[in-house]
Design a protein around this ligand. Structure first.
Ligand SMILES: [Zn+2]
Length: 200
């Protein structure tokens, strides 16, 4: 994920922000690529995989820092081998897992976890409030490249609809909000979004 680069859609959205046409971008991605593309006003709805958070004191640190500590405290893992599945899981012997030293929070010793909302977890209330606040102040809501199957994202479309804020969707395939959208474009956002900018 460290090597991933922003694509046409990330760049096109950043340009729309620069042109003053996007007030706030809410992303379901956890890769930080919108920020890497130069986008300024971004809310990472489901958090960031490049950050680590303490579940006790909520202190946030860099994942790379944690990774260094993890490597330092587990020299035996350096030469460990295992089959890596396409989803990133690795099948390793149990004894390797049992001997892993998991570094804790440097501040309070608490347990650290990736700063992402796991499946079944809740988006922090402050984040939701911020988005709801922004929804009060916009003329429209644009959804780009999401099926909106996750309720945490779909809810804002529903709220926009309830408040008579027009909803436009660019997505290949069905979305959960198709029925309430004012405009639905079945298109590849990597092709369509740069074209939108050209026309503006
Ligand atoms: Zn802590």
């Amino acid at each position: 994920m460290n090597k991933a680069l922003p694509n046409n859609t990330h760049h096109a959205l950043m340009e729309l922000e620069e042109a003053g046409l996007i007030k706030l971008l809410v992303t379901q991605n956890v890769d930080g690529l919108h920020q890497q593309a130069g986008h300024r006003q971004v809310i990472d709805l489901h958090g960031r995989l490049d950050k680590v958070i303490c579940i006790q004191c909520t202190a946030q640190t860099e994942r790379s820092e944690f990774q260094n500590r993890l490597n330092q405290e587990n020299p035996h893992l350096k030469h460990a081998s295992g089959e890596t599945a396409p989803d990133g899981d690795a099948d390793v012997p149990d004894e390797l897992i049992n001997n892993v030293v998991v570094p804790g929070c440097l501040g309070c010793g608490g347990i650290l976890k990736p700063d992402v909302v796991f499946y079944g977890g809740n988006v922090p209330k402050t984040r939701t409030n911020q988005i709801q606040q922004a929804l009060q102040e916009v003329d429209a809501l644009l959804v780009v490249g999401s099926s909106l199957m996750v309720f945490s994202a779909f809810r804002f479309c529903r709220e926009a609809h309830q408040n008579q804020i027009p909803l436009a969707i660019v997505n290949q395939g069905k979305t959960r909000a198709d029925q309430i959208a004012s405009l639905k474009l079945e298109a590849d956002c990597n092709l369509l979004m740069p074209e939108v900018n050209n026309r503006l």
